[in-house]
Design a protein around this ligand. Sequence first.
Ligand code: SF4
Ligand code: SF4
Length: 222
Amino acid sequence: MSHYAIMTDLNRCVGCLSCSVACKTVSNVPIGSFWIKVLRVGPNKCGDYQGKRPNIETYFLPMQCQHCKDPECVKVRPTEASHIAADGTIQIDKSKCIGCQFCVMAYPYNVRYLNEDERVVEKCTLCTQKTAQGELPQCVAQCGGRARFFGDLDEGIDNFECPANPTKQGKGVSYDDVHNARQKYSDIAKPYDASDVHHLPNVGNNPKFLYVLRGRTWQGKE
Ligand code: SF4
Ligand code: SF4
């Protein structure tokens, strides 16, 4: 089984919301609901103020389904609508969903919601329809800061990929060429170590998504 995930380099995220908007567009998410939200964390105090600059820091945190290894939403399912798919992602079989919202209440990150029109629960699918064809998830493909990277955890985050920089593709390159060109995280990442790699709080669900944050204090519990 694959263990697909997204890693976000928070030192590159500029909080532009392109990921959120791209996702809503490609996934037809209802107005007022989101499969990915971008939170502002801070400002929080940091270091000693020595009269040189304010002693505050902040960062942006894109939040969505973390496609956990031990998902709480799957444990509470009364009709087996929520399940672990063959690629390791967590999916909802809408034909089995009865809209009871047990999974919404069990879910630790508040990113599931009830589609009022269809009376089924929805959330990020990790763009399984795109990744099955070798494409990047939409939020990775359209990240304004080239801060999001997609890959298989078994291959390590240095091998996660984002779109290549179009300005380095040369003249006469078509949109498809640019769209399909990739670069690895190791190609553009600034140095980081294990202490810079974080997960959202783990309440037994073992979230798979990763966040890299250097030089600032991660505000969440691991
Ligand atoms: S992976 Fe796809 S469905 Fe999930 S947040 Fe990104 S764009 Fe939306
Ligand atoms: S599109 Fe990229 S840079 Fe913009 S908010 Fe989302 S993760 Fe951050």
